[in-house]
Ligand binder design. Structure first.
Ligand code: MF3
Ligand code: CO
Length: 255
């Protein structure tokens, strides 16, 4: 399927999808505390998504058994919620959520600190978020897709971090994953030209140590090979002729 350019009407649906998803993340952030199970986080996430008349897009996606991905410490992404897995003081917790509103998807992730965490862990979370904002400096009509990738990579490398290569950002619209794939690492090629009306989920996944990852036996959970911490930050973004619009961060703590 080619890259889709969204109409004004489609952009309205995606704007609302993103706005609701931003609220889901706000509610989840408030709930994150030592002692909560990852299952309870998932229950809350699904409840908030459905309370807005939306559908949790992750649930049953290629057999994924939950609505939220909860990935703790050395887990990179796609951690499966469990009744017997509890958040602890000092953890870093990546929450990834997606929903469908009137047939249109939004996808976003945040990494949170639970109580006191090390200075190094705090920096990893901050820099991963900054990687996203470095990337979207190039997310506008006329630039090339891999300008975004290179900017993310450059920022992470400046801190000596490992940039995960096995998983990428993606186009998004009536499907969660549309073309194009958006690597978080530098490529020798330029990639396609960006056009107004493209909607992209840009999502740096950054490891404190090596970039290498492996999959756990559950078939989903991605962890760092060296056991180092990992952070994730993602928003659904609309390309315009001007500044990109952060659909899943509408009140823009933009900088
Ligand atoms: N946010 C993830 C992505 O961008 C999707 C999670 S995979 C799922 O690919 F299975 F949980 F849906
Ligand atoms: Co995504």
């Amino acid at each position: 399927m080619p890259v889709t350019i969204k109409s004004k009407r489609e952009i309205e649906f995606m704007t609302e999808a993103g706005r609701i998803l931003s609220i889901v993340h706000e509610e989840l952030e408030k709930a994150i505390r030592p002692g909560i199970s990852t299952y309870e986080i998932d229950r809350l996430g699904e409840e908030v998504i459905r309370s807005y008349g939306c559908i949790p897009s992750f649930l049953n996606y290629e057999g994924y058994p939950a609505s939220i991905c909860v990935s703790i410490n050395n887990e990179v992404v796609h951690g499966i919620p469990r009744k017997d897995r509890f958040i602890q003081e000092g953890d870093i917790v990546s929450l990834d959520a997606g929903l469908i509103y009137h047939g249109y998807h939004s996808d976003a992730a945040r990494t949170h600190a639970v109580g006191e965490i090390s200075k190094e862990a705090r920096q990893l979370i901050k820099v991963t978020r900054e990687c996203f904002f470095e990337g979207i400096k190039y997310a506008r009509e006329g630039n090339h897709l891999f300008d975004i990738s290179a900017a993310i990579d450059r920022h992470a490398k400046a801190y000596g971090y490992g940039v995960v290569r096995e998983l990428c950002g993606h186009g998004i619209g009536t499907a969660m994953h549309e073309e194009p794939q958006i690597p978080n690492f530098t490529l020798a090629r330029k990639g396609m030209k960006l056009q107004a009306g493209m909607t992209l989920a840009i999502e740096p996944m950054i490891n404190m140590g090596s970039a290498k990852v492996r999959w756990l036996g559950d078939g989903w959970t991605v962890v760092t090979k060296d056991g180092s911490l990992s952070a994730h930050y993602e928003n659904t973004v609309l390309i315009t002729e001007d500044e990109p619009r952060l659909l899943s961060l509408p009140n823009g703590d933009h900088k």
